[in-house]
Design a protein around this ligand. Sequence first.
Ligand SMILES: Cc1ncc(COP(=O)(O)O)c(C=O)c1O
Length: 385
Amino acid sequence: MIYADYNGSAPLSPPVKEYLLKRLEKGPFANPNAIHHLGAKTLMGMENARAVCAKVLGADYDQVIFNSGATEGISTVFHSVLGCDKNTKKTIIISGIEHSAIINTANYYASEKGYNVKVLPVTKDGVVELETLKKWIAEEKSNIAMVSIMAANNETGVIQPYKEINDLCKSNNIPFLCDTTQFIGKTRFNFKESNFDYAVCSGHKLGAMTGTGILLVKDATTLKPLIIGGGQEKGHRGGTQNYLGNETLAVALTAIDSVLNNLNALAEKRLEFEAKMKKAFPNVVIIGEKAPRLASTTYISYPGIHGQAVQIELESQDIFVTTSSACSDNMPVTSKVLRAMGVEDDVGRGVVRISLCLNSPLEYYDQLADALTKAYTKLTKVKSF
Ligand SMILES: Cc1ncc(COP(=O)(O)O)c(C=O)c1O
């Protein structure tokens, strides 16, 4: 079996499984906010996990806020930056390839709070247009409340010019949220070096437990809690902490940190795989091919062959891929990310996304090439559209 949907969700990483089995046996299980000994021990375990996450992510200990995942982190940032009714700056800038967790949140502030959402265009390779951002900031910088652009796209794996975007925001005093959900865990990342105001991640994309996540915040005093409750997480997120889940974040991030050296080999093998597919099937299109991309993602299309047909063929060979992102998977249409890139429908409907992890055996790409070759050979005989 090859699981190739890590951008959708990663299975629990082996060290996390091992950790949990021992941890479930040994305990402690208590409310980390309780004052008895077991509470203190539980708290110590969770705070130790926070220190480990901070170290691996290049952040300070108090810049790590545990939560339920990227969606919550994103909502918390929007609430913190825009939630004040007296805000006189009324423009939010996002891009046309953001995840719906960003798009729908920005649109909520537009419809409910009178903000104006400007959507940055992207090039045909899926990179946001920096020159347009520069122009918009020059035109109305005193009215821009925040900028929210992702570091790497979930469908294409295309890496965005986040450094330049952050610099532009910094030099114009504009809060910047970088959606690093697909970036953290798939390549090198250091929060302090990035100098972002806010970054987010989800445990289930990293091999930690689902329902866990981290909001990284440069200055925690800028946060307003979405969930008030009993003042947990230093008042930034109410509710008894998911201490066990938070511990798995530390284990998963440490495991990823130890395999970062695999990046180059994986990137090379991925390119070899893509070249092999293009040679065998000259019609094949690799989405975002000319842009910098995550080493573990390939978004490949055979125009005229439906992506879902390819997915089913691969599944019959025990290989699990998706046609786009989990959210738009059920719709046999060109995804909004691809439409933003100006991808034609015959290409857009033909895509499958292959997403592995840093630890995936390189031979997977040979097996994927064989399986995809079989699928395309069969399906070209019965073109879908
Ligand atoms: C780029 C990006 N941002 C945000 C999210 C939302 O993450 P979650 O559903 O784990 O909260 C995802 C999930 O796929 C994503 O890929």
